[in-house]
Design a protein around this ligand. Structure first.
Ligand code: NDP
Ligand code: 2IT
Length: 453
């Protein structure tokens, strides 16, 4: 790390104590941005980076709700409005007991760069709550969402801040949130994305993050004259992103062999095919059960419970060509990255946000494999949210084919931006620098144009 980068990180640390995930996300970007700031000192004197690590606004609020037994619960709600230089704040909501200010600030910070890479006019934001939807009835989830929106509604709007889903927030939650927003504002607008198809949603939005991540992996492989056909793939998670990653991999002739959830993972060397994926979708989206059931249903698979004390995750220690981490942050540590490389991995495309630790990333970069950071590889989700916003503004829905084609093109362009920018800054093939610098430049230039705000 350069002296500039070291003193900048010391400054960020001193201002954000107790926020390890946020500091990790900033650190990862600062390493790349040193290349830009050294070449263009005007960004340094305008304190662009100092401004980018300071959210424009942080909203925190009480979310009280009543369970089915009549007991009162109190959760905490957040919305981080990080940067609006190139468009309204845009980014998902996460409902998970692990949610903290640090996690949402890291996600909002990443979102600024990701949204810029999509080339659509979207600023960056993120929000959520430490509410745990697991084991709650639909009515409890509805009451929670209504209480959450009863405060959030004053801060968002179709031209101000447009939330969407993330971990623990899918179609059901977006429905309850939208209903409450509409009731409070007496307005039917595109204030959220990921809406139902009958009420302003876009075709392909549910599929977009997983599909986009696979399109990105295919673009990377094409630079080495290869395709996904016949490739064995490790996928983690079994939620929205993992499911549609597996769906697209199957369509392209690849063989996904793993899935996981917060209790463990399954390894199915025979491959997860369409029928097995249908089982997973019903298990996870309708019955909201555990992935362990997969191994009871399909004899070709084994189930391994998650061991939080282990120094490595065995999911990443199978022989495979490609890996698609699609569960959560920091799920690939240095040892896991070493195992992937040892087993001959050629592609790692991050469906999740920041799934690889900083030293894990270094292992993948040193091995010169095709490694795509989340802010590039998983940008298809928010890009298609941008397409949903466009359709809402036009009041005209596009066909499935049209949205999918636009998504494909956007992923191709993000890939090209990463490759071109990495080359321009003297680090060819480094998608981390490509994504960080590519995302930074558009936002930084907009901030320069708009003065000190
Ligand atoms: P879902 O809630 O649909 O699925 C999350 C999956 O990850 C579940 O299988 C869940 O297991 C597992 N998981 C969650 N937290 C943990 C944890 N702490 N340890 C182990 N497993 C965990 O979320 P998504 O699929 O939408 O999100 C997955 C990742 O993709 C996240 O990093 C998210 O930020 C990112 N992402 C999502 C986008 C989207 O459009 N949805 C867009 C871009 C990125 P369990 O079932 O046990 O909870
Ligand atoms: O991390 C992400 O990009 C998302 N959760 C999707 C955000 C969005 O606004 O669609």
């Amino acid at each position: 790390m350069s002296d500039h980068a070291k003193s900048f990180m010391a400054y960020v640390k001193s201002r954000n104590p107790g926020e390890p995930e946020f500091l990790q996300a900033v650190q990862e970007v600062v390493d790349s941005l040193t290349l830009v700031l050294d070449r263009y000192p005007e960004y340094r004197s305008a304190k662009i980076l100092e401004r980018m690590v300071e959210p424009e606004r942080v909203i925190m609020f009480r979310v009280p709700w009543v369970d089915d037994q009549g007991h009162v619960h109190v959760n905490r709600g957040y919305r981080i409005e990080m940067n609006s230089a190139i468009g309204p704040y845009k980014g998902g909501l996460r409902f998970h007991p692990s949610v903290t200010l640090s996690i949402l600030k890291f996600l909002a910070f990443e979102q600024v760069f990701k949204n810029s890479l999509t080339s659509l006019p979207m600023g960056g934001g993120k929000g959520g709550s430490d509410f745990d939807p697991k084991g709650k009835s639909d009515n409890e989830v509805m009451r929670f969402c209504q209480s959450f929106m009863s405060e959030l509604f004053r801060h968002i709007g179709p031209d101000t801040d447009v939330p969407a889903g993330d971990i623990g927030v899918g179609g059901r939650e977006i429905g309850y949130l939208f209903g409450q927003y509409k009731r409070l504002r007496n307005e039917f607008t595109g204030v959220l994305t990921g809406k139902g198809l009958n009420w302003g949603g876009s075709l392909i939005r549910p599929e977009a993050t997983g599909y986009g991540c696979v399109y990105f992996a295919a673009e990377m492989l094409a630079t080495r004259g290869q395709t996904l056909a016949g490739k064995t793939c490790l996928v983690s998670g079994s939620g929205n992103v993992a499911q549609y990653t597996v769906e697209k991999l199957i369509q392209l002739g690849a063989k996904p062999v793993t899935l996981s959830d917060s209790t463990g993972y399954i390894y199915d060397p025979a491959g997860i095919d369409r029928k097995k994926l249908d089982f997973v979708m019903e298990l996870k989206n309708v019955r909201r059960g555990r992935i362990a059931e997969y191994a009871e249903e399909f004899r070709s698979a084994t189930y391994t419970p998650l061991d939080l004390n282990a120094d490595a995750n065995p999911l990443w220690n199978h022989k495979a060509d490609c890996a698609f981490p699609s569960a959560t942050q920091n799920e690939i540590n240095r040892k896991d990255a070493e195992n992937l490389v040892k087993n001959g991995i050629t592609v790692v495309a991050e469906g999740a946000n920041m799934p690889t630790t900083i030293d894990g990333v270094q292992v993948l970069l040193d091995a010169r494999i095709l490694y795509a950071p989340g802010k590039a590889a998983n940008a298809g989700g928010v890009a298609t949210s941008g397409l949903e916003m466009a359709q809402n503004s036009m009041r005209l829905p596009w066909t499935r084919e049209e949205v999918d084609e636009r998504l494909r093109l956007i992923m191709k362009n993000i890939h090209k931006t990463c490759v071109d920018v990495a080359e321009r800054f003297g680090t060819p093939g480094n998608y981390v620098h490509g994504a960080n610098i590519g995302g930074f430049l558009k936002v930084a230039d907009a901030m320069m144009d708009q003065g000190v705000v």
